[in-house]
Design a protein around this ligand. Structure first.
Ligand SMILES: Nc1ncnc2c1ncn2[C@@H]1O[C@H](COP(=O)(O)OP(=O)(O)OP(=O)(O)O)[C@@H](O)[C@H]1O
Length: 771
């Protein structure tokens, strides 16, 4: 319990607080310690030297507590100088020009002229036309096909559905399904399973009665790594099962009392969507869960299942299913496959996935969008089918010097949302939770000149459209400190004719907040953008995202493909833009180039100059100023605002530190492009509105200073020549930053804690019901 402000009314007298006693016995260390205790209590030590933790375990060994900032809007907080906050030393301020000493792009690729963005390109993940093929051609029953068209607005299959559905309907071989993001993998495996279970329903018993009911048995299990994904799959399944009302699907994914899950299992389910941890738990403790009839086991997002440490749970589940099936094999249900069909889905075919394949698949066929021979054996295949971006996705990169990053992002967003309807939804990926929080505050801050701006406008300002979500700052009084605000109108990005809402999402929020935020962003029909960490990069089917902005480059190229895969789904158009620093990061242009599909449009190039010219002028600047003046004016506004609000100053410093720490966790193979030694920390500080010298930025508590990042890197063996297992450790550190875990002692310890935390937060407790 916080005891701030609690006054105890004891009279202490005028003497010292401790009585001086002769310290005689014990070893010299103990005596020295006791002397220091006495001196410290009397205040003498404080004025001379701070006790050193290595010398004195009683003082300084406990790290300073991370100071929690009030989550209410910082611009509503009382204005005061940062020196009013005793936590901070007066910063050594550096007010450098935005446009001086910026490094220039060096690589030839970055100097090439920008290519046209709007060449028409054939989508690679689009449904075929009805004339080419329909679901009936793929052996889907006319009634199910009609349901798809009439109720789900899906009339023709995608390429991966075309390759998968006939295989899973006709054959009982295991399968490995590999296809790019947004290509319809969920329906590719659900449709044949539902179709085959529906066929069982045609069976009648001796009295001519339907043989199949909800309690006839559990026939299929789909495992997904997170609750969000499980719920998403369950929604698609429910929609499909409306065509067969006698079949029942359900979920066991945690987040509710086990008792209610048990009750649901007791009532009977025919298809179950589950997270591995929760299912393993029920298999052990819930008698009502009978898995002897399970004939389809799907592992969706295979690489993520392994990354999140579910391998052991999956092993347990597979052996339990094998055991139960053998036990009941004497009396199988007619029409069911004799053996269980295992299906593994993944966009990549990394070692992780192969290991999962070894646990779950036997002689599986490898199905991918270009499969012409569905009998191709996954164990024998040499085809290294690549994980590529959808062809129709228009990709670009912007080479932006560190100092200009923040103002360039603001300009790009402003430009993107300039006209109502040009862009309706965007996602901005940021490397860590603290940085998301800082940028959220920047983009939702009320700009000083907003009033003038509105008065000057000749157009009638549009009344801000409020979403139903609770977080709109203008609508409600400031939220109490415990209530996290995750959405607000963005005055920075809005224009008098187009009101834009900013959302934020990361793993440090309580699950209920994450759920509400994602739901609100999904349902918001007005222009909006989401600032988030990679928590939103996998599998989530957020409808109609127009633009994905990778403000911080991804930690691995696979993550990049998952991030940009949130747009350009199922044949729709989409754009993706990544910010890169001049210098080694330009090497990423080649990576982007290699990840483009055949036939994709060229990579478009932007520069900071161009982004600023197009995104500015800020309507606030008086005429006669050039773009540099306007950018500088905006940047100085941010810097002043940061300085004047202690809460903001802390948010900026925290964001900056966490950003650097996260930067050190790029996968080892890509670290030659994202080398922390090449970062200009002073320039980077400006992108966080900071005027402090990098060395003096040190938020007490959890987050570390830049210097410590280096130490951590050395410890992790990242420094030249001494590369150890940094991939995993790095990723764990980053996830740790995202999940806001306390500082880890060792990589192993971090890994263990991260797995526990991730399971708790994602596998067990999260629920993004975006239906
Ligand atoms: N045949 C189809 N016609 C039109 N839309 C489709 C079709 N199949 C799937 N979709 C839609 O495409 C979107 C993406 O589908 P899905 O989420 O299954 O993709 P995915 O391949 O699993 O993507 P990711 O790898 O990112 O998880 C969904 O909105 C889904 O409704």
């Amino acid at each position: 319990m916080a005891d701030d402000g609690l006054l105890l009314n004891f009279s202490l007298g005028d003497g010292p607080l401790t009585t001086k006693s002769a310290i005689t016995g014990g070893p010299w260390r103990a005596r020295r310690r006791a002397q220091k205790v006495a001196a410290f209590s009397n205040g003498t030590l404080l004025s001379t030297q701070q006790p050193n933790s290595s010398e004195n375990p009683d003082f300084g060994s406990r790290p300073a507590k991370r100071i929690r900032v009030d989550d209410s809007r910082p611009h509503s907080s009382k204005r005061s100088s940062s020196s009013a906050n005793p936590t901070y030393e007066a910063p050594k301020q550096v007010v450098s020009s935005l446009f001086s000493f910026n490094p220039k792009a060096t690589s030839e690729a970055a100097k090439e002229p920008a290519q046209a963005e709007d060449e028409p390109v054939e989508p690679s993940n689009a449904p075929l036309t009805k004339e080419q093929l329909n679901f009936v051609n793929l052996d889907i029953s006319p009634s199910l096909a009609a349901h798809l068209t009439q109720k789900m607005n899906i009339s023709a299959p995608t390429a991966i559905q075309k390759a998968t559905i006939p295989q899973l309907i006709k054959e009982d071989a295991d399968a490995f399904i590999q296809a790019e993001t947004g290509s319809g993998k969920t329906l590719a495996y659900l449709l044949p399973i539902v179709q085959r279970i529906m066929q069982l329903s045609e069976l009648k018993d001796a009295n001519g009665k339907d043989l199949l009911h909800r309690d006839s048995g559990l026939f299929a299990i789909v495992l997904a790594p997170t609750r969000e994904l499980s719920k998403q799959i369950a929604v698609v399944l429910d929609n499909l099962l409306r065509a067969a009302h006698w079949l029942v699907g359900g979920t066991v994914i945690g987040g509710e009392k086990k008792k209610s899950e048990k009750a649901r299992l007791r009532k009977g389910l025919n298809i179950l969507v589950a997270t591995p941890g929760r299912l393993a738990d029920h298999l052990e403790h819930t008698e009502a869960l009978n898995v002897s009839n399970v004939r389809w086991l799907v592992l969706d997002e295979g690489d993520r299942l392994v990354e999140l440490g579910f391998e052991a749970d999956i092993k347990k589940i597979v052996s339990k299913l094998d055991f139960q099936m053998k036990k009941s094999s004497a009396n199988p249900i007619k029409g069911l496959p004799e053996k269980r069909v295992n299906i593994l889905c993944s966009a990549t075919m990394k070692m992780d996935v192969q290991r999962l394949g070894e646990i779950s698949l036997k002689d599986a066929v490898h199905i991918h969008a270009s499969t012409t021979d569905p009998t191709e054996n996954v164990n024998a295949t040499t085809d290294d089918t690549k994980f590529l971006a959808p062809a129709q996705l228009k990709q670009s990169y912007a080479i932006v010097p560190a100092k200009l990053r923040l103002v360039s992002l603001a300009a790009f967003l402003k430009r993107s949302f300039a006209r109502h309807g040009s862009v309706m939804k965007a996602i901005v990926f940021i490397s860590c939770a603290d940085s998301v929080d800082f940028h959220y505050e920047v983009f939702t801050r009320k700009e000083e000149s907003e009033d003038t701006e509105q008065k000057e406008s000749t157009e009638k300002p549009k009344t801000p459209k409020m979403s139903k979500f609770q977080g709109k700052a203008e609508r409600k009084p400031p939220a109490p400190p415990t209530e996290v605000t995750t959405s607000a109108i963005s005055p920075t990005v809005s224009s008098p004719t187009n009101t834009v809402t900013c959302y934020r999402l990361h793993g440090s929020f309580p699950q209920a907040t994450r759920t509400k935020t994602l739901q609100a962003f999904t349902k918001d029909t007005s222009p909006s953008f989401l600032l988030c960490t990679d928590v939103a990069s996998r599998g989530l089917d957020l409808p109609d995202i127009d633009v994905v902005i990778e403000y911080d480059p991804p930690f691995s190229k696979d993550e990049h493909l998952h991030r940009i895969g949130r747009t350009a789904r199922a044949g729709r158009n989409g754009r993706a833009m990544i910010f890169l620093l001049p210098g080694p990061e330009e090497g990423y242009i080649q990576v982007l180039d290699k990840l483009r599909s055949e036939g994709a449009a060229g990579l478009a190039r932007h520069t900071a100059d161009e982004l600023l010219k197009k995104g500015l002028p800020m309507p606030t600047a008086p005429d006669g100023k050039n773009v540099e003046d306007r950018a500088t004016e905006w940047q100085l506004g941010i810097e002043r605002w940061v300085l004047e609000h202690p809460g903001m100053l802390e948010a900026a410093r925290r964001g900056y530190q966490s950003h650097i720490r996260a930067y050190a966790t790029h996968v080892a193979a890509e670290r030659y492009m994202f080398n922390i030694k090449e970062l200009h920390l002073g320039h980077l500080a400006k992108a966080f509105g900071l005027r402090d010298k990098p060395g003096s930025i040190n938020v007490p508590g959890l987050r570390q200073s830049a210097g410590k990042v280096k130490t951590e890197r050395v410890r992790a063996g990242v420094e030249g020549g001494k590369r150890k297992r940094v991939d995993g450790a790095g990723r764990q550190a980053r996830d740790k930053a995202d999940l806001d875990l306390p500082g880890a002692v060792s990589a192993d310890d971090a890994a263990r804690r991260m797995r526990m935390k991730v399971k708790k937060m994602m596998g067990g407790a999260s629920e993004f019901n975006i239906a």
